[in-house]
Ligand binder design. Structure first.
Ligand code: FAD
Ligand code: SF4
Length: 480
């Protein structure tokens, strides 16, 4: 049977409408559409897609179950490898992982000579997870205590949630400490509602809590609870405190009123519901003209959020070309459809201050001086390095700049725990081969606090390995 060259289309909110609301952009497959898309899978015996998945989801099997209409079986297969399928189906960079190596995507359509589109693995994963959530089944029951020990998990992002869920299923007593007032890490405070609805994250967290995991929010490990207290009360520790400290490029004028880090901007919107002011009392700035600096997922999220807050224009300044853009390609396309403008090969050189006589306007940002770039030789990252083009400066008028040029490690716990070895970049030294073992016995680490800012699935993959390592460590210690 001939394979349909294109993915089964999926419903999305109209770009003009969605650019002004925070509701989810993609509306998901119906059961019929999911079964149709599942029938494009060839069930390759070598399953290259599985090798492309950092947590080795049994992709051909879960897709086969959807094709048969057995959605419960499909969900069960997914659950064997991932605790957060509804999240992964929405935000994983599938085009670089499973879908990037899918056999269907490598085949050429005879009629057009063009490559087929790969099977929509991410959208199918999301379908199975959403179908399961809609069944309103009873929550999983806690597993009785195995008597082997108590584990403290610091941070509540995807890496921590994976460790906590896996260890609770093995019968450990698990307590998660989260500094913020809601659990979920970047899934709650970074990725906006229109890409990842918060009810979905909370649904997944409720399932983990139902397993008996105790999640204590508003607790800063290293401050509210000291390292000594944690060591005394717990037999093992997993640290996944993430990389949420904003970096600034140091562009002259960064201190002007109107220059934000993407971390602050997005946290105000997502976690503090800034877009629902005055229902929530943390307003987010209503801007007219916005420039976003950077080209990753964080930059796309900031740009699209600014549009939704009512900005008349949003321009992304990226110093390389579209080919090097690190953001998920789907998010870039969505941003373009919604009206975000892109200035490629462009970098800011100065943020410009108001220079008139009105004292109330002093210190306010009024524009960005930019410079065009050209690409030179590849740098250490393998990407061609941008070089300024002399005499190419130009100015754009903006009242808001959002810098999204990367984050560094969260330091509070690291500063309170000097015995914990870190590397030159300020991240925890943890051995991937031994499930994230650190320089301290019984203390493991994973996710962005080890790798630097990466992806949800890599953070989860580290959590899976760490759960196994912690289980082996505590089993040995308990002599069981
Ligand atoms: P985090 O999710 O960062 O969670 C760490 C948690 O630890 C935080 O809640 C923090 O408050 C808490 N914490 C820190 N210090 C302490 C302490 N001392 N005590 C208690 N708690 C503490 N990845 C993708 O795969 N796809 C995407 O589309 C994508 N988009 C992104 C968009 C944005 C805006 C951002 C910022 C990131 C995005 N990422 C994306 C990256 C991804 O979200 C991260 O790689 C992932 O969340 C890392 O998980 P983690 O568990 O290591 O840490
Ligand atoms: Fe199906 Fe693509 Fe995986 Fe082959 S590589 S089993 S076609 S999803």
């Amino acid at each position: 049977m001939a394979i349909t060259p294109k993915k089964t289309p999926i419903s999305e909110q109209d770009p003009k409408v969605r650019a002004r609301n925070f509701k989810e952009v993609c509306l998901g497959y119906t059961a019929e559409e999911a079964m149709k898309e599942a029938s494009r899978c060839l069930h390759c015996p070598t399953a290259p897609c599985m090798k492309g998945c950092p947590v080795s989801i049994k992709i051909p099997d879960f897709i086969a179950a959807i094709k048969e209409g057995d959605f419960q079986k499909s969900f069960d297969i997914l659950s064997g490898s991932t605790a957060l399928p509804a999240v992964c189906g929405r935000v994983c960079p599938q085009e670089k992982q499973c879908e990037g190596v899918c056999t269907v995507g490598r085949m050429v359509d005879k009629a057009t000579g063009a490559h087929n589109e790969p099977v929509a693995i991410g959208k199918l994963e999301r379908f199975a997870a959403d179908w399961k959530a809609a069944q309103n089944d009873p929550k999983p029951a806690p597993v009785p205590y195995n008597g082997k020990g108590k584990v403290a998990v610091i941070g509540s992002g995807p890496s921590s949630l994976t460790v906590a869920g896996d260890l609770a299923k093995l019968g450990y007593k698990v307590t998660v400490f989260e500094a913020l007032h809601l659990a979920g890490g970047v899934l709650m405070y970074g990725i906006p509602e229109f890409r990842l609805p918060k009810t979905i994250v909370q649904h997944e967290i409720e399932n983990i809590k139902a397993l008996g995991v105790d999640i204590e929010v508003n607790v800063i490990a290293g401050r509210t609870v000291t390292v000594e207290e944690i060591r005394k009360q717990f037999d093992a520790v997993y640290i996944a405190t993430g990389a949420g400290t904003p970096k600034f490029a140091g562009t002259p004028g960064t201190n002007l009123n109107g220059v934000f880090s993407a971390s602050e901007y997005l946290t105000r919107i997502n976690l503090m519901h800034g877009y629902e002011f005055p229902v929530y009392d943390t307003p987010a700035k209503k801007s007219k003209h916005v420039a976003v600096v950077g080209g990753g997922n964080v930059a796309m999220d900031a740009a699209r959020s600014a549009l939704r807050l009512g900005a008349e224009s949003v321009t992304v300044l990226y110093r390389r070309s579209v080919e090097e853009l690190p953001a998920r390609i789907e998010e870039y396309h969505h941003a373009v459809e919604e009206g975000v403008k892109f200035e490629f090969l462009t970098a800011p050189v100065e943020y410009l201050a108001y220079s008139g006589d009105d004292k109330n306007e002093m210190g306010k940002l009024v524009g960005v001086k930019c410079q065009r770039m050209e690409l030179g030789e590849p740098d250490a990252s393998g990407r061609r390095s941008p070089k300024p083009v002399p005499g190419s400066e130009f100015t754009i008028e903006v009242d808001t700049v959002i810098e999204a040029i990367g984050q560094s490690s969260n330091k509070v716990l690291l500063n309170a725990w000097p015995e914990l070895k870190t590397n030159r970049r300020g991240y925890i030294e943890a051995n991937e081969e031994t499930g994230g073992a650190t320089s301290i016995e019984g203390v493991y680490a994973g996710g962005d606090i080890v790798t630097g800012a990466a992806t949800v699935i890599l953070a989860m993959g580290a959590g899976k390995k760490a759960a196994q390592a912690i289980d082996e460590y505590l089993t040995k210690k308990a002599g069981k």
